[in-house]
Design a protein around this ligand. Structure first.
Ligand code: 5GP
Ligand code: ZN
Length: 113
């Protein structure tokens, strides 16, 4: 298996896990861009949001629930946080396995650069 996040999800490559269930894994980003920077990935290989077809609606909803749960767990609920899913070249996606960034612990500018 060559996909980096599939290998992390299978436990073949170590990560700092913050949440896991049968469908998703959340772990700390290796190069954090904020005091809290967590990645939430489906265990099933999907390349990006374009693969989150209507049949996978339940998975998409579950990931959003996990993100909200983690925001609370990480103490971000009151001050706020940002969720990002870079998709494709224009967004600068570097790992071709669907992932959501949960970022918090500082302020962020808008619009993004
Ligand atoms: P993207 O640029 O595709 O939106 O985000 C990929 C993210 O994965 C980056 O923030 C990068 O730091 C993170 N990342 C890349 N390789 C690893 C790794 O081996 N372990 C962890 N924990 N994060 C990684
Ligand atoms: Zn994968």
């Amino acid at each position: 298996m060559s996909c980096l996040f599939c290998r992390i999800a299978q436990g073949e490559i170590p990560s700092t896990k913050v949440y896991e269930d049968d469908r998703v894994l959340a772990f700390r980003d290796i190069n954090p861009q904020a005091p809290v920077h967590v990645l939430v990935v489906p265990k099933e290989h999907l390349s990006d949001l374009n693969d989150l077809s209507p049949e996978r609606q339940a998975l998409g909803g579950h990931i959003l629930n996990v993100l909200a749960h983690l925001a609370e767990q990480e103490g971000l609920k009151t001050q706020g946080y940002r969720v990002v899913a870079n998709t494709g070249e224009n967004a600068g996606q570097t790992v071709p396995h669907l992932h959501f960034h949960l970022l918090g612990g500082r302020g962020f500018g808008w619009p993004p650069g």
